[in-house]
Design a protein around this ligand. Structure first.
Ligand code: GAR
Length: 201
């Protein structure tokens, strides 16, 4: 059984989708061991609590990044987490955090990386005028939105879209993509080869 640690800062819809896929048996061999937020009032944390999960706030305010991250790593270890899933966790991870879980930290980003890294990726893509965007689940390395790509889903931009309607359709795909990506990682059937994530030969 793989123990997931979910980190979030906001609404938590990606977390809920993962929890539901586990509950329905679509995502097997996984349990959510802890849900951690840098913000005590994150709605995602309340959703975790409601589900009877370990919901833990570790506030970042007034603390150095490395110190805050070390506390999160200690908490993940305490809950024997072996796969960390960033789900709308709006903070950069320090090198110490990344190195504590080599190729065991996943992130979801609402664009087809390497296009539109950083904040408000959906609006960036819409304003740029792309006709196709989407979402990316990738391993986290020490650079922003940069690690090897596990899975992407494309979302076409429609004529009547605004940034909001586009973001909603991307989010639907995120909810599918994240669990699929976790399933790939825990299957043990894939490996990182350079920047590629490929089925083991
Ligand atoms: C999601 O769209 C996720 O891709 C994005 O934040 C949202 C969180 O929604 N993450 C980033 O932009 C990270 N760079 P959620 O709290 O409902 O899962």
């Amino acid at each position: 059984m793989h123990k997931l640690g979910v980190l979030l800062s906001g609404r938590g819809s990606n977390f809920v989708a993962i929890a539901e896929h586990i509950a329905s048996g679509k995502l097997r061999d996984c349990a959510i061991a802890a849900v951690i937020s840098n913000l005590a009032d994150a709605p995602g944390l309340a959703a975790a609590r409601q589900r009877g999960l370990n919901a833990i706030a570790i506030e970042a305010r007034g603390r150095k990044r490395a110190e805050h991250d070390a506390e999160i790593v200690a908490c993940l270890r305490e809950h024997q987490v072996d796969l960390v899933c960033l789900a709308g966790y709006m903070r950069l991870l320090s090198p110490g955090f990344v190195q504590a879980f080599p190729q065991r930290i996943l992130n979801i980003h609402p664009s087809l990386l390497p296009a539109f890294p950083g904040l408000d990726a959906q609006t960036q893509a819409f304003d740029y005028g792309v006709q196709v965007t989407g979402c990316t689940v990738h391993f986290v390395d020490e650079q922003l939105d940069h690690g090897a790509i596990i899975l992407q889903k494309a979302v076409p931009v429609r004529a009547g879209d605004d940034a909001h309607t586009l973001a909603e359709r991307i989010l639907e795909q995120e909810h599918i993509a994240y669990s699929e990506a976790i399933g790939r990682v825990v299957s043990g059937k894939y490996e990182v080869v350079g920047r590629r994530y490929l089925p083991k030969s």
